[in-house]
Write a protein of this length. Structure first.
Length: 452
C-alpha cells in the first residue's frame, strides 16, 4: 500500500516497515525509532510533527571560501533578502539601565547560522522549526570597521532584527582585526596591536545591540597561529589581556550581556603554529581568565568518533574510520568537555558554565563525492550517523550539568557556500535547502521532549 508521507513523498508502507526495522537495529531502539519517525518511516501523532517550511527557490552559485571562518561577502543569495534597517538607525539602542549579568546560563540549544546576503528571516524560521533557542553568528571585525571609527552596521542590523523577530537569542563571535589595526602584520589573521581598538569596537557593538544580542564570544580558536598571528609566539596571556579589555568595554555599556571566552580548537600537541588546548586553557586561567568572562568557550569536535566514546576508543573499525583523526584525545567530544571541566575545577572555577560555541560532525553523503583535504573523516560519517551523534551529544551535554548553551556547527553553510565547500558537510541542510536527517531528527526530538 502506497501512502503520502508528511514530507510530500509517496511511500510504500511494507517497505517502510522493513526500513524502520533496519534503522532501529542499526541505531538502537530509542534513537532508531526517533530517526525513523523523523524521516517519515514511522508515523508520529500530529502534535509531534515539526512545522514545515517551504523550500526556497534555486539560487546562484558563488565561489567558496577556502578558510574555515565564514566571510561576510560573496555568499549565495537564498530567496531574495528581506528589507534591512537604514544605515545609522540602531536596532536596539541601549536604553535605560541594563540588568546585571549572571555567570552564563543554564543548558540550552543553539546553532551557528550564516545570514549575510540571505533571507535572514527565513533562516531564523528554520531554527524555530526545530525549537532551538539561540543562534550564533560570526562577525569579522575587519569587514565592519574599515577605518578607525567608521562602522558599517547595516548587515549586522539585519541579522539582529531577524533574530529578534523570530524570538531567538543571539551570540555574536567577533574575530579578525582589520589591517589598519594590526601594526603592519598582514600574514593570516590576528588581533590588533592596540587592544583598545578592539575594545572600542566591542563597546560600540554592545551599546548598539544591548537587549537584542545576549552574548559575545571574544575571538575564536586563538590557540592557532592562523587565527592569532602577531608575529610573536602564541600567547594565552596576550589573549586574556584582549579579553579583559573587551569584557570591560562590553559591561560598561551593557552589563546584562554575557561574555564568553573564545573557544580554542582541540589540539593534542604544541608546535610553532598551535598550542595544546588543555595547556592553553591552563595558561588562560594562570593569566586571570575567570575574572573576565561569564562562560568559557569550548569547541568539542567529534570528527568521526561517536560522542560517547573516549580516547582510546573502545574498539577500532579498520578501513572504516580515518586513522589520522582517531589517534589523539583531541578527536573525541567527551575527552574535550570533560578535560576542560576538570581544568576549570582545578582552578576553583567548576561552577562556571562551558559553552560549546562550535561542535558538529561532517558527512559528505548527498553533498559531494569526495571530502576536502584534511576533512577526510567527513567520508566516514553517514547522514544518519551525523543525526545520531548530534542528538547524543546534546543529551550528554544536558546530563553533565556543567554545559551551558551548545551551538551545533552548522545550519546552512551548504546552501550559503555550496556543497563542495569544506564547511558544507557539517550543515544540517543540504545545498538546495532540503533537510538532512539531523535537521529532522533534532526537530522531532525537541518537539517530543526527547531533548527537553
Amino acid at each position: 500500500m502506497k501512502v503520502p508521507s508528511r514530507y510530500g513523498l509517496t511511500i510504500n508502507r511494507p517497505a517502510c516497515l522493513v526500513a524502520a526495522i533496519v534503522v532501529v537495529l542499526l541505531l538502537g531502539s530509542a534513537f532508531g525509532i526517533l530517526v525513523a519517525s523523523a524521516l517519515g518511516i514511522l508515523p508520529l501523532s500530529p502534535q509531534q510533527e515539526p512545522t514545515e517550511t517551504p523550500l526556497p527557490t534555486a539560487t546562484d552559485t558563488v565561489e567558496a571560501s577556502p578558510t574555515q571562518q565564514e566571510t561576510n561577502d560573496g555568499m549565495t543569495p537564498s530567496p531574495a533578502a528581506t528589507g534591512t534597517v537604514t544605515e545609522g538607525t540602531p536596532v536596539a539602542p541601549a536604553a535605560g539601565t541594563p540588568t546585571p549579568s549572571s555567570p552564563g546560563t543554564g543548558f540550552d540549544y543553539g546553532i551557528q547560522v550564516h545570514l549575510f546576503h540571505l533571507d535572514a528571516q527565513y533562516a531564523c524560521e528554520l531554527v524555530n522549526n526545530i525549537e532551538f533557542n539561540w543562534i550564533k553568528h560570526q562577525i569579522e571585525w575587519k569587514e565592519f570597521e574599515t577605518a578607525k571609527g567608521q562602522y558599517r552596521w547595516e548587515p549586522i542590523d539585519g541579522v539582529v532584527e531577524a533574530a529578534h523577530n523570530a524570538g531567538l537569542k543571539v551570540l555574536l563571535s567577533v574575530v579578525k582585526a582589520p589591517n589598519w589595526a594590526r601594526g603592519g602584520v598582514t600574514e593570516e589573521d590576528g588581533p590588533p596591536q592596540n587592544y583598545s581598538d578592539y575594545g572600542d569596537f566591542m563597546g560600540a557593538l554592545a551599546q548598539r545591540y544591548c537587549g537584542r544580542v545576549q552574548a559575545y564570544e571574544i575571538w575564536n580558536e586563538q590557540n592557532l597561529k592562523r587565527e592569532w598571528n602577531t608575529g610573536r609566539p602564541l600567547s594565552a596571556a596576550e589573549y586574556v589581556e584582549l579579553l579583559r579589555v573587551a569584557h570591560g568595554r562590553i559591561k560598561a555599556v551593557c552589563p546584562s550581556a554575557i561574555v564568553v571566552s573564545g573557544g580554542p580548537t582541540p589540539v593534542g600537541y604544541t608546535s610553532a603554529t598551535a598550542i595544546d588546548d588543555f595547556e592553553y586553557l591552563r595558561q588562560m586561567y594562570d593569566a586571570g581568565l575567570k575574572n573576565y568572562c561569564d562562560a568559557v568557550g569550548v569547541h568539542p569536535s567529534g570528527f568521526s568518533s561517536p560522542p560517547d566514546w573516549r580516547y582510546p576508543p573502545p574498539y577500532s573499525e579498520p578501513g572504516m574510520r580515518s586513522p589520522g583523526h582517531t589517534q589523539n584525545r583531541q578527536f573525541y567530544f567527551l575527552n574535550t568537555i570533560e578535560g576542560y571541566h576538570d581544568i576549570m575545577t582545578s582552578y576553583g572555577d567548576g561552577q562556571r558554565k562551558l559553552w560549546a560555541t562550535e561542535f558538529g560532525w561532517a558527512a559528505i553523503e548527498n553533498m559531494t563525492a569526495q571530502p576536502n583535504q584534511n576533512y577526510e573523516y567527513a567520508a566516514d560519517n553517514t547522514e544518519l550517523e551525523q543525526a545520531g551523534y548530534l542528538y547524543t551529544a546534546l543529551q550528554i551535554g544536558r546530563q553533565k550539568g556543567y554545559m551551558g548553551v551548545m551551538f551545533i556547527w552548522n545550519l546552512n553553510f551548504a546552501p550559503a557556500r555550496g556543497a563542495d565547500d569544506e564547511q558544507a558537510a557539517f550543515s544540517i541542510l543540504r545545498a538546495d535547502w532540503s533537510q538532512r536527517p539531523a535537521y529532522q531528527t533534532l526537530g522531532v526530538a525537541r518537539s517530543t521532549g526527547e531533548l527537553p
